[in-house]
Design a protein around this ligand. Structure first.
Ligand code: ADP
Ligand code: MG
Length: 254
């Protein structure tokens, strides 16, 4: 069996006395798209933050591309990574949030080349050339010199995706990337994400866009109360959910 891109086994996370993730098990293969659904407060963002080394686990195992998140396996022993090593790992995981967090005082091109120059030490020329390719890919080749405030929310989110891709991630995490957008701007962002999926990127997408999940996901996972209630191909989970909680949730979002 080949190593999955993401492997979660009995992942647990508490805040204070409250256990928010209560034993999450899931697997995402290389090149697969997993859509993560679930009501507000079910722990979806917390799970993504664990994958991205932003939260420390309280139990279970979490591996990205065969390596334990935040640790190094030496024989039978797990050694905690240094902050610098954690940062290097995080750089290989792209994260796109509900809000775009572009730097307002930088042009689109400057936004995209900032991390590749600073973290990957790319030259300005190389980073800019790559940024222009990515801008073309998200359909915004003509916006390189614009400032974020001159762009629509949908355009800003597409720039945020291009900025993540500039770091050559092996895994992309999306946390409700379209839920802050006006309805008429959702489609252009989903379309960029669909192209990215088709290009073979491994993606974990928290979304309420059931149409997108149905069309693009290899696997749909429904979470509630910090556990995976059910998972499977979209044709099963979205069309013939087995659990009442999944049915009730889908009844509300569709
Ligand atoms: P979702 O993304 O599914 O809406 P979250 O992962 O954001 O859910 O949150 C799950 C629960 O964890 C919520 O009850 C939230 O209040 C709580 N929570 C999230 N982050 C923290 C934190 N840093 N400290 C305390 N509680 C938190
Ligand atoms: Mg959330």
């Amino acid at each position: 069996m080949t190593t999955p891109m993401l492997l979660a086994e009995d992942v647990r996370k508490s805040f204070g006395h409250q256990e928010i993730l209560r034993g999450i098990d899931l697997t995402v293969g290389h090149g697969e798209v997993m859509c993560l659904l679930g009501p507000s407060g079910s722990g979806k963002s917390t799970f993504l933050r664990c994958v991205n080394h932003l939260e420390r686990l309280d139990g279970g195992r979490l591996h990205v591309d065969g390596e334990p998140v935040g640790y190094r396996q030496v024989g039978d022993v797990l050694q905690e990574l240094s902050p610098r090593e954690v940062a290097a790992k995080r750089a290989r995981i792209g994260m796109v949030f509900q809000r775009f967090h572009l730097f307002p005082h930088m042009t689109v091109l400057e936004n995209i080349i900032e991390a590749p120059r600073r973290v990957l030490r790319q030259s300005k020329e190389a980073a800019s050339a790559r940024a222009r390719v990515l801008l073309d890919r998200v359909g915004l080749a003509d916006k390189a010199d614009a400032y974020p405030s001159q762009l629509s929310g949908g355009q800003q989110q597409r720039i945020a995706i291009a900025r993540s891709l500039a770091m050559e991630p092996k895994l992309m995490l999306f946390d409700e990337p379209t839920s802050a957008l006006d309805p008429e701007l959702v489609g252009e962002v989903l379309s960029v994400m669909r192209d990215l999926a088709e290009s073979g990127m491994t993606m974990v997408v928290v979304t309420h866009e059931i149409g997108f999940a149905r069309e693009v996901a290899d696997q749909v996972v429904f979470m509630d109360g910090g556990v995976v209630v059910e998972s499977g191909p979209p044709g099963e989970v979205l069309t013939r959910p087995r659990h009442e909680r999944t049915k009730a949730f889908l009844g509300k979002v569709i």
